[in-house]
Design a protein around this ligand. Structure first.
Ligand SMILES: NC(=O)c1ccc[n+]([C@@H]2O[C@H](COP(=O)([O-])OP(=O)(O)OC[C@H]3O[C@@H](n4cnc5c(N)ncnc54)[C@H](O)[C@@H]3O)[C@@H](O)[C@H]2O)c1
Length: 256
């Protein structure tokens, strides 16, 4: 018996087995959920292989910068399942140049790219998830954010501004979709080594700061993020929406 028995959940953002989305997928699978995946074309083969290990053969390509891809993804899920209980948004993108140079040098194109992929995609995908979640009598949406959207994390730059916008998109969506019984929450994860973070400077320093200064004196794993998302996907969190849950050994509470 798992807390997600009978739930059908779409997970976006698996690039490989180090992705936070993969930690989430394995946690959801352990709790009994049936899973579907969306990924970009270049990761399709890898994600198909990973999906099989959690008993899923529902994998669709979706570049979130393309409206047609988003519509096709939710059509595919609708045709396969007829309803959707949960959707996990675990994706983001920024131009590496905008992470390397001073924040004041952020390009117009880089700003638009980070906002489009990392923020607008949640809104567009929630809109397409809505009818399928209505058919399920309600649903749960979760996205993954970072403390750099609340406070300055040197080098996080334009992605910090995108996460700030994402953080506010969550309660606005919660208000917009709450009438349909759809909950929308965010999980703020501590630094975890993935493809995306490999382009950020200062990652080793961040791991050290976590060990020295977080209340729990330890780093966080993608599986720990996954367990929290499993809770948010489950009926155990049925009164929680418009919330950001920090999965970060408590580092968000610290200063100086
Ligand atoms: N790793 C961390 O330290 C950390 C901490 C807090 C929050 N996060 C957030 O977690 C989420 C997942 O990142 P991750 O660290 O697992 O890295 P990751 O590189 O494994 O995942 C990022 C995903 O975004 C996808 N993506 C990028 N552009 C896309 C597009 N146009 N269309 C569809 N998908 C696209 C990539 O293909 C990839 O699957 C991101 O929102 C990230 O900001 C990560």
């Amino acid at each position: 018996m798992g807390i997600l028995d009978g739930k059908r959940i779409l997970v976006s953002g698996v690039a490989n087995n180090r992705s936070i989305a993969w930690g989430i997928a394995t946690a959801l699978h352990q709790q009994g959920a049936s899973l579907a995946f969306s990924c970009v074309e270049r990761n399709l083969r890898k994600v198909n292989k990973l999906a099989k290990t959690v008993s899923s053969d529902l994998v669709a390509v979706c570049d979130v910068q393309r409206d047609d891809d988003i519509a096709a993804l939710f059509n595919t899920v609708g045709e396969a399942w007829g309803r959707l209980d949960g959707f996990v948004h675990s994706l983001a993108m920024a131009d590496v140049d905008d992470l390397d140079r001073g924040f004041v040098e952020t390009s117009r194109h880089g700003f638009a790219l980070a906002m489009d992929v990392s923020v607008y995609s949640l809104i567009a995908m929630a809109r397409h998830a809505r009818p399928l979640m209505r058919a399920a009598g309600g649903g749960s949406i979760a996205t993954i954010t970072f403390l750099g959207g609340e406070r300055v994390v040197p080098g996080y730059n334009v992605m910090g501004v995108a996460k700030a916008a994402l953080n506010m998109a969550v309660p606005y969506l919660a208000w917009s979709l709450g009438g349909d019984g759809i909950r929308v929450n965010a999980v703020a994860a501590a630094p975890i080594r993935t493809i995306s973070t490999s382009v950020l400077g200062g990652l080793d320093r961040a791991f050290k700061v976590m060990e020295e200064h977080s209340p729990l004196h330890r780093n966080v794993t993608k599986e720990q993020v996954g367990d929290t998302v499993a809770f948010l996907m489950s009926d155990m969190s049925r009164a929680i929406t418009a919330e950001t849950v920090n999965v970060d050994s408590g580092i968000h509470a610290m200063s100086l």
